[in-house]
Design a protein around this ligand. Sequence first.
Ligand code: MN
Length: 292
Amino acid sequence: MKLCRFDQDRLGVVTGGKVHDVTAAQDEIRRAAPYDMKGDAVIAALPAWRSRIEEMARKVPGKALSEVKLLSPVARPSKTMAAPTNYKKHIAEMAARRDSGGEAAKRLPSDIGAAGIFLKSNSAIVGPSEGIPIRFPDRRNEHEIELVVVIGKQGSDIPRERAKDYIAGYTLGLDMTVRGTEDRSFRKSVDGYAVLGPWMVTADEIANPDDVTVTLHLNGELKQTAQTRDLIYDIGRLIEFASLFYTLYPGDIYYTGTPHGVSPVKPGDVLRAKSDPIGEFEIKVRAHQPGA
Ligand code: MN
């Protein structure tokens, strides 16, 4: 099942290019969710609600995808995790910048086990319709296309062999970055710098997430191709590693790392993310409006 959020916080099921509105299910789930729960109520309720949601979707006429504004498929993750340096060729391209100043002086170990993963602010999350506002046009702002895992249930100390039991689904992510000397989570938490879309594909639709291809086009030109079989830490190991440090909750977002080919973006650019088993979306890069 492909689950999206669209327009004014509506929930939809996507089939054949159409969005079927199942917001009534979202309303009921949220009403029953305790305020102090950690994680996203809809993702947490999905195992219990899935067949009802599919039934509701079948009963309502669809709206063309082109007529809706897609939002992030998850409304309230408890955290947004991200793996750095998880493809060898990306490590090499960043190492080649060693003499260019900026991050070079503060470089962390490239091994995830030594460097750890990092967190992006949840307030940076946007969906495809919202655009990416650039606050620092004079600095190097770059795209990083990544396969993103959405956690499906609470878990801690999860062994990699059981990691797939904790996955609700997958989506595409852009881990946008301002390059510079500041702490990584600071530079990667600018509003709009955690793009998620076009929707979440439930885990049952992707038999092997460690063999998925994801591409990124900038203004129609292919810039990045990620093949998740090249991940240094595969998805099971990423989940195992994160859950040694913190409990994972339903709706938690996990960027799995970017391949080589990162390049600068500027206002006016259009990014297109695509993966056959998931889908595709376009997002516009624009200037930040001060004070907005
Ligand atoms: Mn990244």
